[in-house]
Ligand binder design. Structure first.
Ligand code: FAD
Length: 336
């Protein structure tokens, strides 16, 4: 029987997206305990110690990591300072434990958008700490209202600490122009598709256009002597970029692949490691796990399908391991 050629039944194809979409709308209304199973694959707990344990496991399996404390848009300078302090402590913990791990943060979490903009002060404090602890700091990119301010603060930060990186979104039409303007030797930029819905005059809307712009952005950074962090789970995109790297003899020291913790990649990450590439896993944690997970599900209701499949395959795996302890099971998720 040729299972590969079998098409899902039409009613299944129509009903699964609808089911996922409805469920993703219902989940925010559920109590937190009910939503926890959906969130747990993507979030490394609520405390730094639970997140650092995940990082230790990732490092032991050959992956680099980046830690992100969940949250954005704080409401007061005092709250922003508390976030800064939590990141300062995190740099110390990473240093003490000798982990291969840096930090990614959102400027609205440090107070961008508040009057007096405490974000700059907090960011520079963190850049100072990253320099002291010989670590790296990456500024995530938020929606297009913040792009200019984020770039300006990135520039300030980089004057203080060279090991500072930023993010540009392939969805935005301006991204290639930003690379042209910003890219210099040592420019370290994550390229992602971009999570925020943006108006059409600012952004590409078709999947193929975004993908094409993603490739062009990565190639532009590498052609201009920068370092590219390729943040995607899109296997076709990863494959086509890998082919371009080989054809153009781009050294693996000039780029890395990045994925979100918990997203199933069907063994692809291990293969990238085997080929000598660096793979970094973005590990979010913190009390704000509920909002983060709901955002992920809203962004892509298909994820629910993956999560449900994972929950059951993990249970099956656990049951099989109890029955036959010595037998190894193939794992298709990012190690957690
Ligand atoms: P898609 O085409 O969306 O996905 C490819 C495949 O992966 C699809 O089959 C899809 O269903 C599956 N998939 C994707 N995401 C998930 C998931 N969460 N769970 C299960 N399956 C999934 N965006 C920003 O705007 N700013 C940032 O600073 C930022 N930083 C990021 C850092 C990292 C390391 C990563 C990986 C992403 C980041 N993003 C950021 C999010 C990014 O912009 C995309 O929204 C997200 O990665 C989905 O796009 P994709 O490239 O994986 O492609």
């Amino acid at each position: 029987m040729d299972i590969g050629n079998r098409q899902p039944h039409l009613s299944y194809r129509l009903s699964m997206p609808l089911f996922n979409s409805i469920l993703s709308r219902i989940l925010p209304l559920l109590p937190k305990w009910a939503a926890r199973p959906f969130a747990s694959p993507y979030v490394a707990g609520t405390t730094s110690s639970s997140a650092l344990k995940v990082v230790q496991r990732l490092n032991a399996a050959g992956f680099s990591a980046t830690l992100d404390i969940l949250g954005e848009h704080v409401e007061s300078s005092a709250e922003a300072r508390r976030v800064r302090d939590a990141y300062l402590e995190l740099y110390e913990l990473i240093y003490d434990q000798g982990l291969d791990c840096n930090i990614s943060l959102k400027l609205t979490h440090l107070g961008l958008g508040l009057s007096g903009s405490p974000a700059k002060e907090n960011l520079l404090d963190l850049a100072g700490k990253a320099r002291e602890r010989d670590n790296f700091l990456r500024i995530d990119m938020e929606n297009s209202d913040y792009t200019d301010e984020t770039i300006a603060l990135y520039r300030e930060c980089r004057k203080l600490h060279e090991s500072t990186g930023m993010v540009l979104q392939a969805r935005l039409r301006r991204t290639l122009a930003d690379i042209e303007e910003l890219c210099e030797p040592g420019f370290n930029c994550r390229i992602c598709k971009g999570i925020y819905p943006e108006p059409e005059e600012l952004s590409f809307t078709l999947a193929n256009e975004i993908r094409e712009n993603f490739s062009l952005a990565v190639r532009a950074i590498l052609s201009k002597g920068g370092y590219a962090a390729i943040a995607t789970h899109d296997i076709e995109l990863i494959d086509s970029l890998e082919r371009w790297f080989m054809e153009n003899e781009i050294s693996p020291h000039r780029f890395e692949f990045q994925v979100l913790h918990g997203v199933p990649m069907a063994g692809r990450l291990e293969r990238l490691l085997e080929r000598g590439y660096r793979v970094r896993v973005y590990v979010p944690f913190g009390e704000d796990w509920f909002d983060y997970s709901i955002r992920r599900l809203r962004e892509n209701p298909r994820i629910l399908g993956y999560v449900i499949k994972n929950i059951f395959s993990r249970r099956r795996k656990a049951a099989a391991q109890q029955e036959v302890p010595a037998r190894r099971q193939p794992d298709d998720t990012v190690p957690a």
